[in-house]
Design a protein around this ligand. Structure first.
Ligand code: ADP
Length: 533
């Protein structure tokens, strides 16, 4: 017997068409470099995205060719998310926090043909422009200043697009976007998303126990639009007609709080480091700094300490914690309380919310131990997380398939070590390369960091492995104290002693000014290891 259902291709263009027809009045707010706010309606967004597509086609863009973006979070970047695929092109978001050499290498590797860049980022472009043969550079006048003559003005480019526009025909497996992994080991690698993978990820990630975004919401993505497609959230906002509030280049917690006070987002997303510094402001003057009542927060990309989730709860926010990676579009797990845990005590609830959460649907997940065998979901047995599914990369762009990233039976090796309990909650212990092996036993740096960040004097903590003649490796804790607070290494060791065995406690505690950040705003452990080698 055969199923009788139609086989129509999944397409981002359907989301754009729907947004234009059903939600013309929804708003897009973008903070400009001078901190003023630009306001656009979805009607503008719909028209301008199609104009961008028409202009790219008129400029000769061919199916599958790459259009790079080097932009902050704002409405024009959102137009690229939809306009470039509508023309049959592939949006390639360049990470503006990388070194110019790395950006040039990535743009050349991806063979980016056109570039769309913010005018305020032209000084960065100048540092690598000579090394990348972009055929056309289109400058978005984000600051409002006139675009230098040598470039194409984004607004003039749109205005010059032909009146009539037809979407470039496509199959659902055709590419729409690409991102490079940050390449902490070796060169960065390109992940290429398709119409199909993006639509399925959007439907999956917006389930009620996950993002649960509805037309009544308004969303402020602090996550950069150049990192893992802003976790895919802009696609869900367009699908559901949701107001978006873009912070532009102003990511200081004070700026974010003032934007939140003005626009009252109901949902905000970003990596833990952003929320660590914001929590400090909230705590310093709760009268002056306030969160929108009941705001929901999606925190991921690195472990969110339980103490911080509690702090936000005190300020009226509810946090859900997600784990994922660029290769996974990126969502893999989200923390929420499953029905069997709704009556659990407060401590148990916070403990659960601080875990990476429950695996998303429409993908398979397994834990593989050191012996190559699948590990039970008992909350103790540890193994590498491996995943497979329709929104998970099965290879990298123009890289020979690497056995260390993909298994012979078709799973992606995430490089994250975790335990999963009988309720399905995933607890990430470490990245494989960050695990600390002391005297043959593993110590989880994530668990130790979380405990340290629960100490009242500690603002940030990162734990790394340092070589040791006797034990192989020993943990070293790098700690940033809160302003005006004090704690000694001994205080911190006693604080840890409640949760760790004596042999696990760090011998060295280094008090530092700040923990270095990666290009995506996470604690940069490679740098710390260099500093304390
Ligand atoms: P990168 O961090 O290398 O810039 P990604 O954003 O793709 O690139 O990072 C994915 C990695 O981030 C995961 O493999 C995992 O190690 C880490 N990660 C993501 N979310 C979490 C989380 N909630 N808890 C702990 N680690 C996380």
């Amino acid at each position: 017997m055969r199923a009788t259902m139609m086989r129509t291709p999944l397409s981002l263009n359907q989301l754009l068409e729907r947004a234009g027809r059903l939600y013309p009045e929804s708003q897009i707010v973008s903070r400009r470099p001078d901190k003023s706010l630009a306001r656009h309606s979805f009607a503008d967004f719909y028209k301008r995205s199609r104009k961008l597509a028409g202009a790219l086609l008129a400029a000769g863009l061919k199916k599958g060719e790459r259009v790079a973006t080097l932009c902050w979070n704002h409405h024009a970047h959102l137009e690229c998310y939809f306009g470039i695929p509508a023309a049959g092109g592939v949006m390639h978001t360049l990470n503006l926090r990388l070194a110019p050499d790395d950006i040039a290498w990535i743009a050349n590797h991806a063979k980016d043909r056109f570039l769309i860049v913010d005018d305020v980022l032209l000084p960065l472009l100048e540092q690598f422009r000579a090394r990348v043969p972009f055929e056309k550079i289109i400058v978005f006048p984000f600051s409002g200043a006139a675009v230098p003559n040598e470039f194409t003005d984004y607004e003039a480019f749109l205005a010059g697009a032909p009146e009539a526009f037809d979407y470039a025909p496509h199959e659902e497996d055709d590419p729409v976007a690409m991102c490079y992994t940050s390449g902490t080991t070796g060169r960065p690698k390109g992940v290429v998303y398709s119409h199909r993978s993006t639509v399925i990820h959007t439907l999956m990630a917006n389930q009620p126990d996950h993002w649960c975004l509805a037309a009544r919401d308004s969303v402020m993505p602090v996550t950069p639009m150049f990192h893992a497609n802003c976790w895919g959230v802009p696609y869900a906002c367009v699908m559901m007609g949701i107001k978006m509030v873009f912070p532009g280049p102003h990511l200081h917690p004070e700026d974010l709080l003032s934007l939140m006070a003005a626009e009252q987002p109901t949902y905000v997303l970003g990596v833990p480091t952003i929320w660590i510094s914001m929590a400090q402001l909230l705590e310093s003057d709760p009268q002056k700094y306030r969160l929108p009542q009941g705001v929901r927060m999606l925190v991921g990309g690195a472990a969110m300490p339980e103490a911080l989730i509690r702090t936000y709860a005190k300020h009226g926010a509810s946090v859900s914690h997600g784990w994922g990676m660029t290769e996974m579009s990126p969502l893999g797990t989200v923390s929420y309380l499953k029905p069997e845990l709704r009556n659990a005590g407060e401590d148990e609830k916070f403990r659960r919310l601080a875990m990476a959460g429950v695996p998303a649907p429409i993908m398979d997940i397994r834990l593989i131990g050191d012996d190559g065998r699948e590990q039970p979901w008992d909350g103790v047995s540890m193994g590498e997380i491996q995943v497979r599914g329709p929104f998970i990369a099965g290879s990298y762009h123009e890289v020979a398939t690497e056995p260390e990233k993909f298994t012979a039976d078709g799973w992606l090796r995430t490089g994250d070590v975790a335990a999963i309990d009988r309720h399905g909650y995933v607890r990430i212990a470490d990245r494989t390369k960050d695990l600390i092996k002391s005297g043959g036993e593993w110590i989880s740096s994530v668990d130790m960091e979380n405990r340290l960040m629960g100490h009242e004097a500690v603002q940030e903590a990162a734990v790394i492995a340092v070589a040791d003649a006797k034990w192989g490796e020993r943990p070293l804790a790098c700690v940033v104290l809160k302003p005006g607070k004090a704690a000694s290494a001994e205080d911190l060791r006693s604080h840890l002693a409640g949760a760790f065995a004596k042999w696990q406690l760090p011998d060295r505690v280094e008090f530092i000014e700040a923990i270095p950040r990666t290009s995506t705003g996470k604690f940069w452990k490679v740098k710390l290891r260099e500093m304390f080698r």
